[in-house]
Design a protein around this ligand. Structure first.
Ligand code: PLP
Length: 448
């Protein structure tokens, strides 16, 4: 009998007792190759000695001091590190305990900014369908995962959702990628105008979509067109890089590859690599200055803001990543990983699409490649892939996104950046075996 409120109340997962490098070990002595970094969290792998040493040193020095009384050396150092490598114009870092907190903070920062500059009528957010921004109520309100939103919809702040950038399902056959991106930007513009251009606070988007439709990479020019639309109406652009940021896609920030600079950007998972719960909002100077010259106070806060232990872990993770050139490694090995996945799964009859960048890949499973029809959700294909993969000693991150108004099946891969080519090959091979076994059984059940 467990007293832990597990997410699945009728199942108790295996007990994790140890970890090292690319592996997690359970109480039965089984070792799992970590192909998803948990939920795209582990960037340096497990039990990295330098990160552990930095945490030990920090706990001996200062474990906690509330930010209403003090700042800490380590929070200042982490903020310097992040601003030193941030997109142009970013001047301040708001340090929180995770992704949802980062998104909540960014939403409130954006709202307060407009209150401070005399535009309090701006009350509305626009975001995208098939997106995920976290499970707290504000983050859930801008999120566009229909299943996650459904029970809570009546208690969410209003937000408008426009189309995601999802070429596999939504790009028309007769339009180029560039035309598709412009069509989406025009849809955003229409949504802003429908709301009233002076009533919109921000457009919120994951630069590369993550945990709803299995890694959605933007088409070329999409974000530049989105940035132009936002600028035309004074709407802020909030990019959520909680999952896709901090090196995951082969550049430190995913937006670098799009040639755009957001007004606010959230990061989390890869920031601390799982060693501590930590997240951050990076803010443009003009937003911070408006608040500084106005009320002088951000009307928000949490008990564990800038927690010294979290900052120490994140600082060590980021320093090791920089010293070891891991972002460049992810970019290079990511291309090889994409080829391995294509070799292992590209011709599979139930693999509709393989897409990604760096160490961030999504595989979309379908009954039929020609029609792109998803499996019946009752077959629980994604959950079964996860279970089957675990039985083969592989951790991948499958989930059901919404496809054409119903759940679809996706597998997300986000291995730690330390993965060798041999590890990547092993991941592709074990995953292919799982996907093959599970989808063939599901297809047979579909045909009956
Ligand atoms: N934003 C994005 C893009 C995410 O992928 C997630 C988590 O998966 C979140 C926000 C929420 O982060 P957390 O689970 O740390 O609250």
């Amino acid at each position: 009998m467990t007293h832990v409120f597990h997410r699945h109340l009728r199942q108790t997962p295996p007990v994790a007792v140890g970890s090292h490098g690319m592996f997690i070990r359970d109480a039965e002595g089984r070792e799992y190759l970590d192909a998803s970094g948990g939920a795209a969290v582990s960037s340096l792998g497990h039990a990295h000695p330098e990160v552990m040493a930095a945490m030990h040193a920090q706990i001996d020095r200062l474990a906690y001091a509330h930010t209403s009384f003090f700042t800490s050396e380590v929070a200042e150092q982490l903020a310097d590190e992040l601003i030193g490598s941030a997109p142009e114009g970013m001047s301040h870092v708001y340090l929180v305990s995770g992704g949802s907190e980062a998104v909540e903070s960014a939403l409130k920062m954006a709202r307060q900014y407009f209150v401070e500059i005399g535009q309090p009528q701006r009350t509305h957010f626009i975001a995208r369908r098939q997106s995920y921004h976290g499970n707290t109520l504000g983050a859930l309100a801008v999120g566009g995962n229909a299943w996650r939103r459904e029970p809570f919809a009546p208690i969410l702040v209003p937000a408008t959702h426009v189309s995601p950038c999802y070429p596999y399902r939504e790009q028309h056959a007769d339009e180029s990628a560039e035309q598709y991106g412009l069509r989406l930007a025009a849809e955003l513009e229409a949504a802003i105008l429908a709301q009233g251009a002076d009533r919109v606070i921000a457009f919120v988007a994951e630069t590369v979509g993550g945990a709803t439709a299995g890694v959605l990479t933007p088409v070329p020019g999409y974000f530049k067109a989105v940035r132009a639309v936002c600028d035309r109406y004074g709407v802020l652009l909030i990019l959520d890089e909680v999952m896709c940021g901090m090196g995951r896609t082969g550049s430190l920030h995913a937006c670098e590859q799009e040639g755009v600079v957001p007004d606010l950007m959230t990061v989390a998972k890869g920031l601390g690599g799982g060693y501590q719960p930590v997240g951050a909002v990076l803010a443009q100077r003009r937003i911070v200055e408006a608040m500084s010259k106005g009320s002088g106070f951000f009307q928000h806060g949490h008990t564990y803001l800038g927690h010294p232990m979290a900052c120490a872990a994140a600082l060590a993770v980021q320093q090791v990543m920089r010293r070891d050139g891991l972002v460049a490694k992810v970019r290079e090995d990511g291309l090889a990983f994409g080829r391995m996945l294509a070799d292992a799964l590209g011709a599979h009859p139930h693999v509709g699409d393989i897409r990604g960048r760096g160490f961030f890949w999504g595989i979309e499973l379908v009954v039929d490649r020609a029609s792109k029809a998803p499996f019946d959700p009752a077959l629980k294909v994604n959950a079964t892939v996860k279970k089957d993969a675990m039985s083969r000693g592989l951790l991948c991150y499958p989930f059901g996104g919404t496809v054409d108004g119903r759940q679809g099946d996706h597998v997300l891969l986000a291995p730690p950046f330390i993965a060798t080519r041999q590890d990547l090959q092993e991941i592709a091979a074990r995953l292919a075996a799982s996907i093959d076994a599970v989808t063939r059984a599901a297809a047979a059940a579909t045909a009956r």
